[in-house]
Write a protein that binds this ligand. Structure first.
Ligand code: ZN
Length: 514
């Protein structure tokens, strides 16, 4: 059957969006899950944009791209030759590396952003592709802002880069302006008009500004595109990118209509979605297709009756198709290390040695406080553990007094290297008091931009997950923490953000890509 290549750009286009930035450890954790999901290509980053992005891309190539059956690891690069060198330096470790180079072809970008003529841009594109091909066979080219580019000029550029050796031609709707029928016609015309298109893969990359990203992507497939660029949970600039789970499940569920297939292991979709939410602290809306809390909940009486009588009456997909857990009790107080390791393995976390020791200790602490431990609780423990960057400050002790008629106050002890520092603070609530105490110890003053609290599971004893966005003197960082005690979770979230600031990251350039 005809195969559509699924190109995931959660770690590049998705990660660039405000509030979704991930450190290297977080990207690695996510990349491992993308490999289990069996996407065909992981776009791991934009190496020249910052040193952190370079390092993250390189580590994904080294640690995930070298695994048996690993996806292609791709890096993004502008058409500058030095950009391409830097990109190759990062992706070259993968078994199957790809260089993805792009340049804008719309007059509006040429005039205001690049200040170059059409001929200059065509020339630069050809040279870029040739240069990339001198490093590897697998080269992708994107004309940025394709939907607003002059059609004939763009086709000339595409014909020239295919001639120069590009293997994949990606057509982005960078500003999310296209409407399905028009977009489909455009893709079909590109196929007709561009010389050599029958020898390369045609790809689509759609943004969701008008809510058409998924519709445009599958319309692209109907018109001959055989690669779709998308992200988990549809994260991305502004209104986001086409959502991977929606594209994949549409193609999968309506195979009768599209007549194509993907290599994605759909049972890994739910885990990928939840892992991304855990890492970024940003959750999908309840009515989000495929992965939202209510996506499979048949609440209305008449539907429920129908579902109970015969599932297929209303269910076009089964929850197990995307790997939704049934929220069953998995582990309790008396479960041992082996049971924990086995359950974590099922969830996709292969821990051993000291990592497993730490997770087990956290699990025991949790099981003491909470009778039943669910899959979501475990994910919460482990993703925090696996993705926390280097810890400059650690929480040693926390004591909070709060209530009606008292001034909330907190005493905190933080460990830094071998030393323990203690201070206290007061505030207009217990969280404020804890943050004041931490400020007194570290001397770092943060302005809280956003605070959210969510329970990992149902039940009064559920783990609370706190996500924060904090502005430390112009550097905005996010942090998260979890505990059955929401004040402690808040303290941990603040501390994880603070630890990111004391391990400063470099500036990222403003260029964003297709
Ligand atoms: Zn994009």
């Amino acid at each position: 059957m005809d195969r559509v290549i699924i190109f995931d750009t959660s770690l590049r286009d998705g990660e660039q969006a405000p509030g979704f930035s991930m450190n290297t450890a977080e990207k690695l954790e996510m990349a491992r899950q993308l490999a289990r999901l069996n996407v065909d290509v992981i776009e791991a980053g934009f190496p020249i944009s910052s040193d952190e992005d370079f390092e993250a891309t390189r580590e994904v190539a080294r640690q995930v791209g070298t695994l048996e059956g690993a996806p292609i690891i791709c890096g993004l690069s502008r058409v500058g030759l030095m950009d391409i060198d830097r990109c190759w330096e990062a992706v070259k470790y993968a078994r199957r590396p790809r260089i993805h180079t792009f340049v804008a072809t719309s007059d509006i970008h040429l005039k205001y952003k690049l200040r170059k003529s059409r001929a200059e841009i065509l020339q630069a594109s050809v040279e870029a592709v040739k240069h990339a091909r001198s490093y590897c066979e697998d080269v992708e080219f994107s004309p940025e802002d394709a939907s607003r580019s002059d059609f004939d000029y763009m086709c000339d550029v595409l014909s020239a880069v295919i001639e120069a050796g590009a293997r994949t031609i990606n057509i982005p709707d960078t500003v999310g302006y296209a409407i399905p029928r028009e977009w489909g016609e455009r893709i079909a015309r590109i196929r007709e008009k561009v010389r050599g298109m029958d020898k390369v893969v045609l790809s689509v990359h759609c943004h969701n500004d008008l809510g058409q990203a998924v519709a445009n992507s599958v319309t692209g497939v109907m018109n001959g595109a055989r690669q779709v660029e998308c992200t988990i949970n549809g994260i991305g600039e502004r209104a986001g990118n086409a959502s991977l789970e929606e594209v994949v499940m549409a193609l999968h569920t309506r195979k009768d209509f599209f007549g194509v297939e993907t290599g994605v292991r759909t049972e890994e979709i739910f885990k990928a979605s939840r892992l991304l939410s855990h890492i970024t602290g940003i959750h999908v809306q309840p009515n989000k297709a495929i992965v939202g809390e209510n996506a499979f909940a048949h609440e209305a009486g008449i539907h429920q009756d129908g579902v109970l009588k015969e599932k297929l009456t209303y269910e076009i997909m089964r929850p197990e198709d995307i790997g939704r857990p049934s929220n069953k009790l998995v582990l309790g107080k008396h479960s041992g290390r082996h049971a924990l390791a086995a359950r974590l393995k099922d969830l996709g976390f292969d821990l051993a040695g000291s990592e497993l020791d730490r997770a087990f200790k956290k699990f025991k602490d949790l099981a003491d406080r909470k009778k039943e431990v669910f899959d979501e609780d475990l994910m919460s423990i482990v993703t925090d553990e696996a993705t926390q960057g280097p810890e400059t400050y650690g929480l040693e002790y926390l004591h909070v007094i709060s209530g009606t008629g008292v001034v909330p106050s907190a005493t905190v002890k933080l460990r830094r290297d071998d030393q323990v520092f203690q201070d206290s603070g007061v505030g207009d609530g217990p969280v404020d008091a804890v943050l004041a105490a931490m400020e007194a110890i570290t001397g770092l003053k943060g302005r809280l931009l956003d605070y959210s609290l969510r329970s990992a599971t149902s039940g009064k004893d559920a783990i609370g997950e706190v996500s924060m966005k904090i502005d430390f003197d112009g550097t905005v960082v996010s942090g998260r923490g979890s505990s059955t005690d929401v004040i402690e979770a808040s303290a941990r979230a603040y501390l994880s953000a603070l630890n990111r600031v004391v391990q400063p990251v470099g500036q990222r350039m403003t260029e964003v890509g297709p």
